[in-house]
Design a protein around this ligand. Sequence first.
Ligand SMILES: [Zn+2]
Length: 188
Amino acid sequence: MKSILILLLSTILWQGCYSQNNQKNPTKMDTDNKKNNPVYSRTDSSKVVLKEDEWKKLLSPDVFYIARQKGTERPFTSPFETSKEIGTYYCAVCGNALFKSDTKFESGCGWPSFYDPISKSSIIYTPDNTHGMQRTEVQCGRCKSHLGHVFDDGPPPTGLRYCINGVVLDFEKAKDAEKKYEGKKGGL
Ligand SMILES: [Zn+2]
């Protein structure tokens, strides 16, 4: 009887580990999904409107959960949170330019934080009264994907803190950033 119990317990534990490992796979799928995503464009600024089941087919499960179901990634899990690379952050769902790295700061809140979007049309602001809080949700100005929230405890000059889920960000390094660095190195 005791051995059956142990067997049963170890099967449950093994299944638990298995499903946890399974959840890590979407990270790899992100890049594949972007290639197969026909709405992703860095140049087309026309609005994207799709039904939720259409989004589900296009996006990886973790991007779909955050962008379309207003989910939140676990804090301190995004490599963008502490990244200091120079470049531009785009919406991972549609390619809309959202933030420049020079407006990024380390807020310590656990999510990538910025104090100013690239343009007024980058972001849509919506009141969010869920979870017993009064917050302002920020959505992508092109595809209306959920990005995160904006708070008024950010640094100057705006005093705003855009707290964004890294999963829905797509980063591209500035092309001249390395050249400038190389130039400096050569001059020394
Ligand atoms: Zn978007």
